[in-house]
Each structure stands twice: as C-alpha cells, then as structure tokens.
Design a protein around this ligand. Structure first.
Ligand SMILES: NC(=O)c1ccc[n+]([C@@H]2O[C@H](COP(=O)([O-])OP(=O)(O)OC[C@H]3O[C@@H](n4cnc5c(N)ncnc54)[C@H](OP(=O)(O)O)[C@@H]3O)[C@@H](O)[C@H]2O)c1
Length: 218
C-alpha cells in the first residue's frame, strides 16, 4: 500500500515529457524554479541578459543531468521577445506546457522621485514583457493540449508598501491580467495563476533595497 501511495505521488508530481520556459532563470526565484521543474523531469528553456552568467548556469545544470537550454535576451525589447519565442518554438517543436513569467525589476524611490526611465523600465519589464510573452506563447501552449502560465507577482501588487509605487502598479496589473487570461484561455486548456512572494533574499534585494526596507524588498 505504502509503495502504491509513493508511486502515485511520484506520478502526480512528475513533469516528465513537459516543456517549460522560465524567464530570468539565472538567479533568485527563477533559478530555483528552473531547478525544481528540471528535477521533476521537465525540459526547460530559460533566458537572461547576462550571457556569461547564463552560460555558467547552463553548464552547471548540464553537470547535474538537467535538460536546460537558454537564450541571452533583454525582455524589455519587443523584437528580442519575438526572437526568444521563435527559439522556444524550435527547441520544443511548437509545443509549450509551462510558461513562468518570472523576470522582473524594481525601483525603490518615493513616487515624486520616479523619473520617466524608472517608470518605463518597470512597466516594460514587469507588465509589457510578460503580457506580450503570453500572446506569443499562446499558440504553443494551446498546441500542447495542457498549458499553464505562472506569473511571479508580489505582495506589493495587492498592498501599499513604501517607495514602490510603480513596481506595485506593475504587479497589480499582473494580478488582474492573471484573472483575465484564466477566464479567456481556460477553453484552450490553459490554466493561468499568479504566485505573490513576500521578501525573498535574491540579487534584486541585495542590489536595490535600502536598509529601511531590508525586511521587505519586492
Ligand atoms: N526577491 C523578492 O523579494 C521578490 C518578492 C516578490 C516578488 N518578486 C518577483 O520575483 C521575480 C524574480 O525576482 P528575483 O528576486 O529572483 O530577482 P533577481 O534575483 O534579480 O533575478 C532576476 C532574473 O531575471 C533576469 N532579468 C531581469 N531583467 C531582465 C530582462 N529585462 N530581460 C531578461 N532577463 C531579465 C535576471 O538576469 P539578468 O539581470 O542577467 O537579465 C535574473 O536572472 C520578479 O518578478 C520579482 O518582481 C521578488
């Protein structure tokens, strides 16, 4: 009996035969997500801007026996997103089971201190890029017959945290996009969900968090 239960559990949590795209997989939450999906048997593609770091991660995963490939790209540019999805389509033969929209950025300043570049960078990276990636991935997710989109939002998307106005707005938008896509694409067997972490110690927190916000970063 115990053996059967263990077998069922293993089968239930197996991702053998599944394909996944995880954006921003070289560090932090994205890195952990790639490792988890690959450990469960998925074949994963990831991306980041830093080609050297990406190459190092890919070698590391290869040495662990994981099936992970990668593209160097800046998701804040439309053309680079299109190129990424063309690569994903080629690598996964036109079928994608899991899209994890993880890559994100933050600016921690009072509202009056945000300049146009701060606002545009946050919105491009955190809203426009994942929204567009969903559009580009839609035919691939549909073709898989069993699709899943996971956005990485933040608690900042549903409550007011200090000096995070643009970032919070971007994550609030993601929370709403999640609801819309969950309704629109359920008919295509594509589930859409959001994970909203509280503070997690990653490079985003080390880089940008002032001492006053060390207990919460993003
Ligand atoms: N850490 C937290 O406390 C926390 C809390 C709540 C929510 N979150 C959310 O969780 C997600 C991951 O955050 P994290 O803390 O793991 O961040 P992180 O440690 O800074 O990692 C971000 C990853 O995304 C990549 N990336 C960033 N901008 C990119 C772009 N324009 N194009 C392509 N790749 C890009 C980075 O690589 P490159 O820099 O080389 O491009 C890196 O691989 C974000 O959406 C963040 O908002 C984080």
């Amino acid at each position: 009996m115990a053996g059967t239960e263990a077998g069922c559990k293993k089968q239930r949590w197996s991702l053998q035969g599944m394909t996944a795209l995880v954006t921003g997989g070289t560090r932090g939450i994205g890195y952990a997500t790639v490792e988890e999906l690959a450990t469960l048997g998925a074949v994963v593609h990831t991306c980041s801007r830093n080609q050297t770091e990406l190459h190092e991660r890919l070698q590391e995963w290869q040495s662990k026996g994981f099936k992970v490939s990668g593209s160097a790209c800046d998701l804040s540019y439309r053309q680079q997103r299109e190129k990424l999805m063309e690569t994903v389509s080629t690598v996964f033969d036109g079928k994608l089971n899991i899209l994890v929209n993880n890559a994100g950025t933050t600016v921690i300043k009072p509202c009056e201190g945000h300049n146009l570049e701060d606002y545009t960078t946050v919105m491009n990276t955190n809203v426009e890029a994942p929204y567009h990636l969903c559009q580009l991935a839609y035919p691939l997710l549909k073709a898989s017959g069993n699709g899943s989109i996971v956005f990485i939002s933040s608690v900042a998307g549903s409550m007011a945290l200090p000096r995070l106005s643009a970032y919070s707005a971007s994550k609030g938008a993601i929370n709403q996009i999640t609801k819309n896509l969950a309704c629109e694409w359920a008919k295509d067997n594509i589930r859409t969900n959001t994970v909203s972490p509280w503070g997690v110690r990653t490079s985003i927190t080390k880089r940008q968090t002032p001492l006053s916000l060390r207990n919460f970063s993003g």
